[in-house]
Design a protein around this ligand. Structure first.
Ligand code: SAH
Length: 246
């Protein structure tokens, strides 16, 4: 199951942290590292800090966008140093590991980490089914990036040792890109049918994202929803063109 888990680092500034993350991952039998627009990479500092985990670093995938790093993932969890004011489903490290391991029994999953200076942006949080927060000093809760990876990787490793033989039930849930397709279509259709102005509906879109991410629709359900949206868009444009003809 650990082989289906990818660790995604977004916009990492210090290459030493990338190396230290590779090491932390290899210690805990995780293999797949994705780097989204790292500031300085490759770098000798990263290689030095990786110590015996050069292989993992060499195989790391450098991506231009988060979309690219999340391709094919059925579940995305974001690691957040702060307890967010937005009501996002939040889990503790152990529960996070259990859920990710369960999902990883059925397909690819991702654990995403933010920048050293500013963490994850709202748009990046919007991609997550859940957030995980490592409990720490409330007045100083931001861990070094590689140490945060270490704590969560440890929980995943220990969780994988304790995982029973019971096979998870296979469900063909939508991937990250299929969910994005739905969200874009939804926003467009809501504008087309006059429900909302896409430029002013940020909060509404966020709530809808939360709803659908929570529901975990499968591919067929996404197709049904998109079919309904297309039909509504078509009818609306038919009505408008009908009116135009008069
Ligand atoms: N200053 C940033 C923290 C950046 S630390 C902020 O306030 O958001 C870099 C990354 O390490 C974070 O984006 C997060 O992914 C991870 N991280 C650090 N501390 C964490 C914690 N207590 N719980 C979960 N993730 C943490």
């Amino acid at each position: 199951m650990l082989s289906n888990i990818r660790v995604v680092l977004i916009g990492t500034t210090h290459p030493g942290n990338i190396g230290a993350v590779a090491r932390a991952m290899k210690n805990m039998c995780l293999q797949h590292l994705y780097l989204v627009r790292p500031r300085h990479y490759p770098s000798s500092e990263a290689t030095d800090r990786a110590s015996g985990a050069h292989d993992l670093l060499q195989q790391a995938q450098v991506c231009e966008s988060l979309d690219e790093a999340l391709q094919g993932c059925r579940m995305v969890v974001g690691a957040s140093a702060r307890l967010r004011s937005v009501k996002w489903p939040q889990v503790a490290p152990k529960a996070c590991a259990e859920q990710l391991l369960y999902e990883a029994g059925q397909g690819e999953v991702a654990l995403i980490f933010g920048r050293e200076s500013s963490g994850l942006s709202n748009a990046e949080l919007d991609r997550c089914h859940r957030l995980v927060h490592i409990p720490a000093n409330e007045e100083y809760s931001s861990l070094n990036l590689s140490q945060a990876v270490q704590v969560l990787a440890y929980e995943l490793y220990v969780g994988s040792l304790n995982q029973g033989d019971s096979e998870p039930e296979l469900v063909d849930v939508a991937t990250a890109e299929e969910m994005e397709g739905l969200f874009q279509h939804l926003e467009q259709a809501m504008g087309d049918v006059g429900f909302s102005d896409p430029r002013q509906s940020g909060k509404l879109q966020r709530r809808l994202r939360r709803l659908f991410l929570r529901a975990r629709p499968d591919r067929d359900e996404i197709n049904i929803l998109r079919g309904i949206l297309s039909a509504a868009q078509g009818r609306k444009s038919m009505r408008i063109s009908g009116q135009d003809e008069k």
